[in-house]
Design a protein around this ligand. Sequence first.
Ligand code: 5GP
Ligand code: MN
Length: 327
Amino acid sequence: MKEQFSQLKHIFETKQSFVITTHVNPDADAIGSEVALASFLHNKGKQVKIVNQSETPDHLIFLTKIFPVETYSSHLDHHILKADCFIVIDTNSPKRFSAFADIVQKSKAYKVCIDHHLEHDQFADLYIIDTEVPAASELLYRILVYVDNTSITKPIADALYAGIMTDTGSFKFPKTDSETHTITADLLARGVNPYEIYQEIFENGAINKLHLLGKALESIEMHDNGKISAMVLPRSVFSETNSSEADVDNFTNYVLSIKGVIVGLVFVELSDGVKVSFRSKGDISVNTLAKQFNGGGHKNAAGARIKGLLLREAVNLVIEKTKLMLR
Ligand code: 5GP
Ligand code: MN
């Protein structure tokens, strides 16, 4: 890994203009690591733009005060094509920023992928991937410390903390280790106020999201003698509660909260298909399950988008495949 770090340091020193992106429906790890990296490079006198496929969800807008985030539209193509270096963070697949993946493919920029997911696609010149870290932000912290330990300012520390806190499920998911806590301690020493970040992310919601959660909890079905739970959200629940897909943020915690459940599923009907979130306990790998539907992720948390099936068809099919896997 040290060799890749050194290579990236060289890229930071020799390239002048950077475009940074992440996956669709970005979470706090995605936006947090983008703004931390952008701010770091900007402070080094670099030209930086963050361009994302999706808009930033409301509860993460505070992070864009650290560094602005733009939503992709084709008028940005010339800018993307001009950049010396393109950095993808918190995903390892162009399918996850498909709206402008072809423009990136066309560009002659040096391409870097910084990520913590399994099984990367071939698209970058440099991969810095550690699938053992709980958050891309934790990996980025290590990179920034390596490149210039003195450059992690308070806003950069805030952004990294937001990513680590959320991607570890507030320091409880299996990959959280002593290293995570050591890094977090250092971020606090640099001025991060944990309650401030917690408030921004978790105490700033709209009532509509709770109404959506109510309907979502009622929808939970049990399958395979209680080993599988499934939350099923048709589009109608969003209009009924005046909420959106982006509000389905960490509902996955609830499907796993049930005693005896080893695989929890969340289905969201999209305008053009069905989004499935897979979660598991212990040694069960849902990454392999998600891959059967062209998705991916981690061992205990993965996702996929299924096209061409109605919601109920997708639910039945995924539950069938899950049962087969558990057999
Ligand atoms: P979530 O269910 O929270 O959207 O995602 C869980 C994990 O699976 C995340 O690490 C995410 O990157 C990955 N993931 C979610 N959706 C997809 C998808 O459509 N394709 C791939 N390859 N990974 C996904
Ligand atoms: Mn992440």
